[in-house]
Design a protein around this ligand. Sequence first.
Ligand code: IPE
Ligand code: IPE
Ligand code: MG
Length: 249
Amino acid sequence: MALFGSSTRAVPPTSALPAHVAIIMDGNGRWAQKRFLPRVAGHKAGLDAVRAVVRGCAERGIGHLTLFAFSSENWRRPADEVGFLTRLFLSTLDREVDRLHKNSVRFRAIGATEAFGADIHQRLLDAQTLTAGNTGLTLTVAANYGGRWDILQAVEKARLAGHTGTLDEATLAAHLSMADAPEPDLFVRTGGEARISNFLLWQLAYTELYFTDTLWPDFDDAALTEALASYARRERRFGRTSEQLNGAD
Ligand code: IPE
Ligand code: IPE
Ligand code: MG
């Protein structure tokens, strides 16, 4: 099925595909600086990579894609960059939500998004309502999100739901922001840094990590193919031995 227009790419076997890919889209500023452009030009250019990855995941039949768009720490950036990112977020929602809906994408947002103001918060709610019944790719955008915040809000929600005493893993996990999604199988970080930067701390416990020097605006379908190929070569043992997994033990 050719979503978002036509495509000639060969689709890998489903068994080797992650059900959930989570991406830290990093390197926009450096992409721009390399071209003697202002950092914000990199954020704008990064939108093309977002479109390519959404389309690439949808076409491959990947169930969930989670994109880190703005961390709870990114407020520490210069006010004009934060302002630009906020405006870009708003205009992107206005421009892209209908197209996502037409392509059966279920849109979700996680994070304390009220902090972006009433306009963005309302558009996020509207986009979620509009696309709630879609059965294609679930696209989750993490904005004003932090992994520590997520764990704390889950504890608080569990407490408000009446849980007293010792909290177990399943109860806490049921109150995390993406409780209805499988934990990510593949984590991708572009831009060359090998860190998690307060992204999905709880959910990444057994995720396969993939780091690439490619800067986010350069992350195209070939780069996604490479990340997926790396994932397909991994042996996920979840604490067991290789022999156990291969039936020899
Ligand atoms: C990621 O790119 C985008 C956001 C954090 C919003 P950066 O802006 O962090 O780009 P670099 O890492 O400075 O190159
Ligand atoms: C992580 O990138 C957050 C997003 C991509 C949204 P940063 O560029 O903010 O991460 P650090 O500060 O280098 O760890
Ligand atoms: Mg960065």
